[in-house]
Write a new protein. Structure first.
Length: 319
């Protein structure tokens, strides 16, 4: 499920978060609400995250060099991982600390209409950003569920924006509850409780993002559909009779490495083998356009060697 970077969704989220951050800090200054402060820092962290995603997308487009022969496509994964760290530390941990301080040292909520008005505005702005992210994601996820899309997407940007916007909307609801309970009961401890809940939510989302982007950084194979397509087109039934074994690896969201050992008849000439490999590479790229780097090793398949052991690289002709 390789995808484009979702630049439109990132820009929409960046614009919304910058406007929301300013309004939240104004509301905090006028009301003293810790929920507003936590939410303001959260929006600043989100804005920084979107900037990191845009920067990662730009740096990933650099041409391959001798030192980095496979290019810089994985920079998008690096910056996606940095986003999870920023969200965890700047957003989640700060909100937990601020909530604890407010519960330990409560103070009255002043000018309550400022935080309420800002939160309503923020819900509308975040809703616009979330709607944009959903629209772009729907064009890519196909029949997969949202959980499957987040877990299987090879481009980190859209899952990051989706989870950030979803977390932001839930956080805004928690902030509204904290402010509302404070106004209803006259006890500002509820504002701190709401802030603590926001921090816990951000930490959970950050951990999910960290786990998913870590998997991408370590290197993920192509999706099952792409693997099946590659296997089906490599074999032509004449010069290439089977795929003995194959490995795939994402060098970036839109760049796939394919390495396979293919079986050819024992009496095939070197010229025929070279032509068969060239033809197989063409078929692979037509079936899976992101297969940019392809290495095919010809071999003679033997049942006895294939049955010798589970390691396909242990002997020629292995499985």
């Amino acid at each position: 499920m390789s995808a484009s970077g979702g630049t439109k969704a990132i820009v929409a989220a960046l614009g919304s978060n910058l406007a929301i951050a300013v309004s939240k800090f104004v509301a905090f200054a006028l009301s003293g609400s810790s929920s507003m402060l936590a939410e303001g820092v959260h929006s600043v962290a989100d804005s920084g995250n979107q900037f990191l995603l845009l920067l990662g997308g730009k740096r990933a487009k650099r041409a391959a060099t001798e030192e980095h022969p496979f290019g810089y496509g994985r920079e998008r994964y690096v910056y996606g991982f940095l986003v999870s760290i920023v969200l965890f530390t700047v957003g989640g941990v700060f909100a937990l600390y601020e909530g604890y301080e407010k519960i330990s040292h409560p103070h009255p909520l002043e000018n309550w209409y400022w935080p309420v008005g800002v939160l309503v505005f923020a819900v509308l702005a975040e809703g616009f950003s979330f709607r944009t992210a959903i629209k772009e994601s729907n064009e890519l996820r196909g029949r997969h569920s949202w959980v499957q899309f987040v877990r299987r997407a090879k481009a980190p940007e859209l899952p990051v924006v989706l989870l950030e916007d979803f977390g932001a909307l839930i956080g805004l609801v928690l902030a509204l509850l904290g402010v509302g309970l404070t106004l209803a009961t006259g006890d500002s401890v509820w504002d701190g409780v709401g802030t603590m809940c926001i921090g816990a939510l951000l930490v959970v989302i950050a951990l999910v993002l960290a786990a998913e982007t870590k998997s991408l950084l370590l290197g993920e194979s192509a999706g099952p559909e792409q693997v099946a397509k590659i296997r089906s087109v490599v074999v032509d039934g004449e010069t290439v009779t089977r795929v003995i074994h194959m490995r795939t690896l994402h060098l970036g969201p839109e760049e796939l490495l394919v390495a396979a050992k293919i079986a050819v008849p024992g009496d095939t000439t070197a010229q025929q083998v070279a032509e068969a490999i060239d033809a197989a590479e063409v078929r692979i790229r037509e079936a899976v356009p992101i297969a940019r780097v392809i290495y095919l090793e010809p071999d003679v398949y033997r049942e006895s060697a294939a049955a010798a052991g589970p390691d396909p690289d242990a002997t020629p002709g292995g499985r």
